[in-house]
Structures are given as C-alpha cells and as structure tokens.
Design a protein around this ligand. Sequence first.
Ligand SMILES: Cc1cc2nc3c(=O)[nH]c(=O)nc-3n(C[C@H](O)[C@H](O)[C@H](O)COP(=O)(O)O)c2cc1C
Length: 341
Amino acid sequence: MIFEPFKIGNLDVKNRIVMPPMCQYSSDNSGTVKPWHIAHYVSRAIGGVGLIIVEATAVEPDGRISPDDLGIWDDSHVDGLKELVKRVHENGAKIAIQLAHAGRKSKATNEPVAPSAIRYSEHYGHPRELKENEIEQIVDEFQSASKRAQKAGFDGIEIHAAHGYLINEFLSPLTNKRTDMYGGSVEKRAKILVEIVSAIREVWDKPLWVRVSASDYAKGGNDVDDTIDILNLLRDRIDAVNVSGGGLVHDQSVKVYPGYMIDNAGMVKIGTGLAVIGGGLINSLEISEYALNSEKCDLVFVGRQLLRDPYWPLKIAHESGIDIEWPFQYERAKDVTKLKT
Ligand SMILES: Cc1cc2nc3c(=O)[nH]c(=O)nc-3n(C[C@H](O)[C@H](O)[C@H](O)COP(=O)(O)O)c2cc1C
C-alpha cells in the first residue's frame, strides 16, 4: 500500500511516503537556502519520497529556533526557495513548506515571546507575554509567508503547531495562562491557530495542513481528545493533519518505539475525518504497512530513517520486489538480473 498514490486536497502524491520537516540549521543569519538544502532535499526526491516537507521555516527572525534556520520573512528568501522547489519537482517529488514561529523555544533572540511568561527550562530565555496587537502581527506574518510560498511554487503549506513552539504554546493549558480572548477554553486557546488558518486561506488555495502534538505527554496538558476538539474547529479549512507529539515541556514522559505515535494518528483520523500523516520511528516496510492497512493514517512520515538512508523508498521497493519507477540513471540497480556488461 505504501507505493499507492494518495491525494491531499487536490495534490496528487505518487506514494504514501512523507519526509517530515527536519531542521538542518544550515543557513546563516540571512535565512536563505544554501547548497546543503538543495543536496539534502533533492537526494530524498531521487530516493523516491512522494512528499517532502521542508523544515521549520521562520515567519519572522525572532521566530527562528536557531540563527541558522531557513526563513521566509522577507522577499529575498523567495529565489532560493523557488530553486529548491524546481529541483525537487525535476526529480519527481512534491514539496511543501512548514511555516513556523519558535515562540519561547527561540534561541535566535534575546527576547523570546510566548502566550505567557513561562520559560521552557533553565537552558532557555525568559519569554515575554505577547500583547494582543503583537498576536495580530504574527497572524499577518504567516499570511505574508504564504504569499512567498506561493511565489516559490510550493505544493502545500504545513503550519507548525507542534513540539512546543509558539502555536503549540497557545494550544496547551500548561503554557497558556492568558485570561484574554487567546486563553482559557479550547476555543480561545485555538484562536490564534484558527486566525492563522483563515489568514492563509485568503491568499492560498493549494493544500494546507497543520502539524500537531496530539499529546503533550504531560499531566495537565493536552491529550488526543483535546487535540481532536482543536482540529474540529479548523476541519473545514484544512486538507490534512500531520500527527506528532510532545516537545512542549522539558519533563514530558513518553515511551518511544517503532510506530509509537500511530495510535494517536488513528484516533485523530476517526475524531476529525481528516486525511492523516502519521509515524514516529518508522524504520521498516512492515510498520508502514501496518499503519496504512489498519487505516490509522493515510500517509507515513519517515524522518530519521531517511536521514540514515536517502534512498530508503527505492531500497524497500527493491527488497520486497515491488515495481516502482526509478530514476533512469539508476535503473541498472533496479533489477540486477538484467545487468549489462
Ligand atoms: C534533525 C531533526 C530536526 C527536526 N526538525 C523538525 C522541524 O523542523 N519541524 C517538525 O515539525 N519536526 C521536526 N523534527 C521532528 C521530525 O519531523 C519527526 O517528527 C521526528 O524525527 C520523529 O519521526 P522519526 O522517528 O521518523 O524520525 C525534527 C527531527 C529531527 C531528527
């Protein structure tokens, strides 16, 4: 099933393998695309990934996780991103971008911001509580970033609402202690995300989805049911959800094993009816097939396995005798019985 095509909204993806966003910390203070990014993403396209999601890309300089993050806060970022999109397309994959703001987990600023002035740990700065007009400004930044993503030719946008970065900080009661319209009930905590989705929808008509931490893996934090309630506030405006977990608090408690977040993906799929990208330590065809055949998710994200092996999709197809299209340059490795000398 992993090599069967899937449609996210109106986007045709040739198989169910998604490279999830993974920060490379390989730009510089400019935030522009570097040769590393081209080599890194293009090699996974050559390796047979259906959909590549570019790493967390900052909508403003203070929203970077590190000073070497990719950026999309300025028009000067568009040319490099456009080149990246073109090169990935030439090699047969679809490419989306993850739009992000690091919130209190930014190490690129002396003045990190957050819904509430609670720091992540002693290794991070003390965040300042955002004022309402600053929240509106951040919503606008996500919209401007989406216009640039459109100019660069991306096939999809993923909003980073997971892993304890700004939007996740608003969503969780552990990090959002506000008493204004952006804090309190699920609806109020989700208000910033709903506003961002609506603002992007004004300028973007291609597939749009959200990455969530389905569970904070911490007492008093969000669990899958809360996440489903949040997603149901957006369901009619997004095309899918990428289900991850954790990263909100430093003392989270999570057991990891191959496929450890797939059950959460399945619950989100049932609870929202959205197309779901799921995973967590996926490292074999068997686990992927289990996730897909059990209908817990529609696509699987394969992160660190693809860092170890950019050609993992070609490799598992080869090992299991599944006939897929290979880059013509590599066809002599597809069926070695046809080896010409
Ligand atoms: C080097 C690295 C960087 C990451 N950066 C991001 C990121 O930018 N955005 C994001 O949502 N997740 C990020 N993640 C999490 C991955 O997308 C993925 O969810 C995680 O690695 C678990 O999947 P895996 O077990 O298949 O690797 C990162 C993970 C790694 C290893």
